[in-house]
Design a binder for this molecule. Structure first.
Ligand SMILES: [Zn+2]
Length: 170
């Protein structure tokens, strides 16, 4: 666990084991770390992803990449918890609370002030792992009350989904 992450966040984090279809077609097991109140949502999303054969390259916790989001995104790794700030700010990201996940970030790169993140991102909307407004994964996340970064313009962040529970009743 990240050394700076406060106890009240740490105690709520859960490692969710998810079955997914790898790009090669094999079924694999990944791990996403999220707030305990989001485990059911994540399980629902990954059940849908399996059903529609939406594929992933890799799903491992970001500490495998030494907490380096750029390295993780460049490897097209999908992830949840990361104790970090919003890109380009000193404000904690919802990833720091386990309330955000990034799916196939290399294939759905963020565009901020005209710059692509990760820099090696591939914004090919025809690729099978591209996310778009009427994609079943995007629709399901929204039904579950999540916000999609692909609806934002600055930054445009189509790999990012978040559900802010910071003010929710415990
Ligand atoms: Zn994100």
């Amino acid at each position: 666990m990240h050394r700076d992450c406060p106890e009240h966040i740490r105690v709520r984090l859960r490692a969710v084991q998810v079955r997914y279809i790898a790009m090669c077609g094999d079924i694999e097991i990944g791990t996403l770390i999220v707030d305990e109140r989001l485990v059911g949502d994540i399980e629902a999303i990954f059940a849908l992803a399996l059903c529609i054969e939406y594929r992933f390259t890799s799903i491992v916790p970001i500490h495998v990449y030494n907490w380096d989001d750029t390295l993780s995104m460049s490897a097209n790794n999908s992830s949840g918890f990361n104790y970090r700030c919003v890109e380009g700010t000193y404000e904690l990201s919802l990833h720091a609370f386990g309330m955000a996940v990034d799916l196939n970030p290399l294939r759905n790169p963020m565009i901020m002030r005209g710059v692509m993140h990760p820099a090696c991102g591939i914004a090919d909307t025809n690729h099978e792992s591209s996310l778009f407004p009427d994609h079943p994964i995007v629709i399901r996340f929204k039904e579950l009350g999540w916000t999609w970064g692909g609806d934002w313009t600055e930054p445009y962040d189509p790999h990012h989904f978040q559900k802010d529970l910071r003010t929710a009743a415990i």
